[in-house]
Design a protein around this ligand. Structure first.
Ligand SMILES: *Cc1c(COP(=O)(O)O)cnc(C)c1O
Length: 379
């Protein structure tokens, strides 16, 4: 089956009692046994639930993995995936990964004995240079946030394999519709389903997708043992959202390209960060590695912080809010919002300035989005 058909048809034929055309929500916390040895596949919802299982089947099929576990948030998916490693292990991660992931690694897991190096993965040889005798894993995220740097998944996986390391990729920014890290050799894929997979800004959730049996067994064990699974209702919402993933991503990208091109030509804009533009340093790699350029972009306005503020307040369709991947367009200011937990020096080193605005382009008509962005720049 083609991708878009799998989105609609995987994990939905679950109701043999009434033949409902969509998967029911089974909120039951517990399931009755037929006898002392037999149940119908489920015993307790922390361990497994038919609605959640339906979502897991769907997401495993979309990424091309053998199994999936749906978790309560993207962060709990990341925490789950990290349990493949153990205290004492050294993990190499990108220096511009998601802020919450950085906090979990640098502040929480570091305290528990895990060790991390954060390197600029735009140059894959930096990964090779960071490998030590204790290195066990590589944490990948591409495109990066908020400046959309592209990491060469195949090159980094090649280096990781040569050292016997396990690779984990956070594929939240593109979704499996636009990028499938397993095809580049990645071992484990995680998602914040809060973003494009659900797509409607009405649930927080996560997923860990595996392609090796040993990882599938470990992840399944950990989600149950640590109690990290998502609720049946949240699973149902994401399963509902994912059915339109393909058409939504196409609409998101059309809008993003239109907004990026307008910004690129606008006299009040200094710089646009969007892999779809030929001027972007990762354009050729993104073209090779991704099935599209996605709908996240950032730009630097000319002038000062005051100019950036004026633009943010003048926008009418783009709401001032964190998060991304929903049908509605959002703008945010990394300096005081998404990247406020980084130190000023770290922000500047990552290329985030006082004039940087991040945009999550929704699925509104591109003409309306371009017109709104243009009027805000001209205020
Ligand atoms: C949002 C996000 C997360 C965290 O997900 P939550 O659902 O907010 O816990 C992790 N990685 C990336 C790339 C994200 O955008």
């Amino acid at each position: 089956m083609e991708f878009q058909t799998r989105c609609v048809h995987t994990g939905v034929d679950k109701d043999s009692a009434y033949n409902s055309c969509i998967t029911p929500i089974y909120p039951s916390s517990t399931f009755a046994w037929d006898d002392l040895k037999t149940n119908r596949g489920y015993d307790y919802t922390r361990s497994g639930n038919p609605t959640r299982r339906a979502l897991e089947e769907n997401l495993a099929a979309l990424e091309g993995g053998i199994d999936c576990r749906a978790t309560s948030t993207g962060m709990s998916a990341i925490l789950t995936a990290m349990q493949i490693f153990k205290p004492g292990d050294h993990i190499i991660a990108g220096h511009d990964i998601y802020g919450g992931t950085y906090r979990l690694f640098a502040d929480v897991l570091s305290q528990q004995g895990y060790r991390f190096s954060f390197v600029n993965m735009s140059d894959p040889t930096n990964v090779d240079k960071a490998v030590t005798a204790e290195t066990k894993g590589v944490w990948l995220e591409t495109p990066s946030n908020p400046l959309l740097n592209i990491v060469d998944l195949q090159a980094v996986c090649g280096i990781a394999k040569s050292h016997g390391l396990t690779t984990v990729a956070d594929n939240t920014f593109l979704s499996p519709y636009l990028q499938r890290p397993f095809e580049s050799g990645v071992d484990v894929v995680i998602h914040s389903t809060t973003k494009y997979l659900n797509g409607h800004s009405d649930v927080v959730g996560g997923a860990v997708i595996t392609r090796h049996q040993e990882h599938a067994d470990r992840i399944s064990y950990i989600v149950n043992a640590m109690g990290l699974a998502c609720s049946p209702f949240d699973a149902w919402l994401v399963l509902r959202g994912v059915k339109t993933l393909g058409p939504r991503m196409e609409a998101h990208q059309r809008g993003a390209m239109a907004v990026a091109q307008m910004l690129f030509e606008h006299p009040h804009v200094d710089r646009v960060y969007y892999p779809g533009l030929k001027s972007h340093p990762g354009h050729d790699l993104a073209k090779r590695q991704q099935r599209g350029f996605g709908a996240m972009l950032s730009f630097d306005v000319k002038g000062s912080r005051a100019n950036a503020e004026k633009v943010l307040y003048a926008l009418k369709l783009f709401q001032l809010a964190e998060s991304l991947g929903g049908v509605e367009s959002l703008v945010e200011y990394p300096e005081t919002m998404s990247h406020a937990s980084m130190t000023l020096e770290a922000r500047r080193e990552a290329g985030i300035s006082e004039r940087t605005i991040r945009v999550s382009v929704g699925i509104e008509h591109p003409d309306d989005l371009v017109a709104d962005m243009r009027q805000a720049l001209e205020v």
